[in-house]
Write a protein that binds this ligand. Sequence first.
Ligand code: KIV
Length: 276
Amino acid sequence: MYTQLEQRGMAEPPVNVATLQKMKADGEAIACLTAYDASFSMLVDAAGTDLVLVGDSLGMVIQGHDTTIPVTVTDIIYHTKNVARGLSRAFLVADMPFMSYADPGQALENSVLLMQEGGAMMIKLEGGEGQLDVVEHLAKHDIPVCAHIGLKPQSVHKIGGFRVQGREPEQAKKMLESAKHLQDCGADIVLLECVPNEVGEAIHDGIDLPVIGIGAGPHVDGQILVLYDILDITPGRKPKFVRNFMTGADTPLEAIRGYVKAVKDRSYPAPEHCFS
Ligand code: KIV
């Protein structure tokens, strides 16, 4: 009965939470990307990406908004369903959009929708001290949780823009404390966005969970980027941590393979992609 779930008819077994923990333990970098549709998710999966996130960044790169705030649970379910159809090996994570997890009951209800209707295997929420009760409630119900800390794009209007977090020692200390509390409450992985290298390293060293970075430097367990950024589709100025993998690649698949390889051999992120 269980072999079906484990194998899904493929050469390599699908990635799950235990695989991510083992990769961390073995020192193998975890290559992660966003995807929003079946065509790209097939490419991302074929390139060997370990974890695929249906991020609320879709509000910006698919829907054309300036922030992720307008994205709804219905939007995420729609895109997660499409992405799920393209995957065979990668672990599928879906974002909880703005205000869809304001209290534990609402968070559980919406997580169930993302998993049952969308096909997500884990949900991601932007959280810190204010979300500990939510994480604990989801963990109690065996909902796998990725806790997104550092720069939290859903808080953009509160924090005054998309800016590097944790540069002040006091703020960095609080972030590390939050990461420890999220772990204690049952989070399974941490996504750390836009922090100086030393904050990335301190959080990696301070907790046992796999830490996936985006603009968090090289001293973490894996990297994630927005697919449209690495394929140079996103117009305008890119964040410092973005590398254009279409340079020198003939096809999107080749570019994504280049990204996975660079994460695995740790040539990405290079110093020019990092914050101090
Ligand atoms: O929504 C998203 O795509 C994200 C990434 C920036 C990690 O959270």
